[in-house]
Ligand binder design. Structure first.
Ligand code: ATR
Length: 292
């Protein structure tokens, strides 16, 4: 942390207004690089804000949200396993949070705490930088929390169709059943079998399972047909996953999970600070965090 950032905080303390406070709540939070990325961004945009990383055990989420309110925090991030439970303690939800059934970002509107989901929005941004999502034929592998946030946002941005392939078919079907009532995108569910074939008809293929997250050498058992498409992975550590390596060999334009992480953070920071952030600084902060 440079003198600038420290001096900014000291000036705020002596002359007001006090620094805006933010935190990340989850369990575990060790290894979560968000604080490093957010504080580098705050420093660069000259925003007097402070961000803490807090372990909040299951069973203490209600008290944590009451604490955030009582201490006047200006916002927060929520990570696993609290993204769903936290909803009941908030005063309102954005459409993305309501439809995806999960909150990863909280901001304040007066004395109300509003829950948003910037995971899907961050993902959408990382794709939109390459090609507009509207009308795309999308295949999403996985039907967990990350998949649901992504599917919601792609549907809100008028993807033409989204097929959800999941090991447990019922979970994919449940997303189709809930979201179909709310969006015009055509949704359907299929089972993710071994040797799952990915033909060249897809515009976008999203790896949104947790495979490879804890064991980098592991990847889904996929059979790729050569062709042009975008392939995106939500797993960001390692940056080049087995999925992306195979997709690239099959001719895909690859989008790694780091982009989604940067953009979801940028959307939150811009909401909190009302200032534009610099993606490159945030990406560098993450790379530094992962090299520690
Ligand atoms: P996250 O919040 O990271 O999305 P999650 O909600 O636990 O995590 O979801 C994990 C996803 O990865 C699910 O789609 C899960 O499939 P199931 O619904 O069948 O459990 C998928 N997944 C995890 N391990 C998998 C594996 N070995 N093969 C295929 N899919 C797997």
């Amino acid at each position: 942390m440079s003198d600038n950032y420290k001096t900014m905080g000291e000036r705020a303390l002596m002359h007001g207004p006090l620094e805006a406070l933010f935190c990340c709540i989850g369990d575990p939070v060790i290894g979560n690089p968000t604080q490093i990325m957010v504080e580098d961004a705050f420093e660069e945009i000259g925003f007097a804000g402070r961000y803490l990383t807090c372990t909040v055990a299951t069973g203490s989420v209600k008290e944590a949200i009451e604490g955030i309110k009582a201490l006047g925090f200006a916002g927060a991030n929520v990570t696993a396993p609290h993204k769903v439970e936290v909803i009941q303690y908030l005063d309102g939800l954005t459409e993305s949070a309501r439809l995806s059934g999960a909150v990863n970002c909280i901001y304040r509107e007066g004395d109300k705490l509003i829950g948003d989901n910037t995971d899907g929005k961050g993902f959408h941004t990382s794709i939109e930088l390459i090609k507009p999502v509207e009308g795309m034929k999308v295949l999403v592998l996985g039907a967990g929390g990350a998949a649901r946030a992504i599917i919601t946002e792609l549907a809100l941005h008028k993807a033409g169709s989204i097929t959800i392939a999941n090991r447990t078919l019922e979970k994919a079907q449940a997303i189709v059943d809930t979201l179909s009532k709310e969006v015009s995108t055509k949704l359907d569910a299929i089972k993710l079998e071994d040797h799952f074939a990915i033909d060249k008809s897809w515009d976008l293929v999203v790896q949104a399972t947790s495979v490879g997250l804890f064991a980098p050498q592991e990847g889904l058992d996929l059979v790729w047909e050569k062709g042009e498409r975008i392939a995106a992975d939500v797993v960001f550590n390692p940056i080049e996953t087995q999925f992306l390596k195979a997709a690239q060999k099959a001719g895909a334009t690859c989008v790694d999970g780091l982009g989604m992480l940067v953009y979801q953070g940028a959307i939150a920071i811009e909401k909190w600070s009302q200032r534009k952030t610099n993606f490159a600084t945030m990406k560098e902060a993450l790379e530094r965090a992962f090299s520690l």
